[in-house]
Design a protein around this ligand. Structure first.
Ligand SMILES: Cc1cc2nc3c(=O)[nH]c(=O)nc-3n(C[C@H](O)[C@H](O)[C@H](O)COP(=O)(O)O)c2cc1C
Length: 199
């Protein structure tokens, strides 16, 4: 094979591996279920993703877990849980935009909210629930009084955008931490599933 043809063929082969034709959402641990559940999250550094996966684990893995960047079609699900990481008191602009655009689809499907935040490493309470869920996430979605949970998250400098990392590292008293608890996320998933089954 001519050198140029070989390089072209090899490149096309590699590209095909990177972008499979039927690329779709990664299905985490879906078990068969007659009720279709999805967890949708917005994250910068991954704590909200882990919270979402662990919420599904608490439901024995019946929920599919989506990053909002996948722009999933949630109309095919019966039950949806929505959550996001918090920066400057808010969820990511991308999640906010998605929730606004998909309000009509989500309205009848929403079963719970969660937020993942730092809260200066202090325990969370009703104040954080009000600020991040009742006065923020629930308002964006236009559906209130759903079960909700605010989880403490993580700070990992190496996962931040370079400018954000620089700013964070210059702030007094900011250090890396990991306060996200798998058992708390799983318990929330179980609570939502049990609550919906009773309803
Ligand atoms: C730039 C920046 C801003 C943040 N702002 C807040 C905030 O306003 N309130 C809060 O409780 N936590 C705040 N945090 C902490 C994050 O919510 C926490 O690290 C969370 O675990 C991030 O989730 P993620 O890993 O899914 O992106 C902030 C973190 C960063 C890096």
């Amino acid at each position: 094979m001519e050198k140029r043809t070989f390089i072209k063929t090899a490149f096309l082969g590699t590209t095909a591996l990177l972008f499979p034709k039927n690329a779709g959402a990664l299905e985490y641990y879906p078990n068969p279920s007659d009720k279709k559940w999805a967890v949708l999250y917005g994250t910068w550094c991954g704590s909200a993703r882990d919270a979402g996966v662990w919420i599904s684990e608490g439901m024995d893995g019946i929920a599919n877990v989506f990053d909002v960047r996948e722009n999933p079609d949630l109309s095919v699900y019966d039950n949806v849980i929505v959550g996001g990481a918090i920066r400057a008191g808010k969820i990511s602009p991308l999640l906010e935009e998605y929730l606004g655009k998909n309000r009509a689809i989500l309205k009848t499907r929403l079963r719970g909210y969660f937020a993942v935040c730092g809260n200066m490493m202090r325990p969370v309470g009703p104040e954080q629930n009000k600020a991040m869920i009742d006065d923020h996430l629930a308002k964006i979605c236009g559906v209130d009084s759903l079960p909700s949970k605010v989880f403490l998250g993580r700070i990992t400098f190496g996962l931040m955008e370079p400018d954000v990392r620089k700013q964070m590292q210059q702030m007094a008293g900011i250090k890396e931490y990991d306060n996200l608890k798998r058992d708390e996320c799983m318990a929330f998933g179980k609570e939502l599933l049990d609550g919906t089954m009773k309803a």
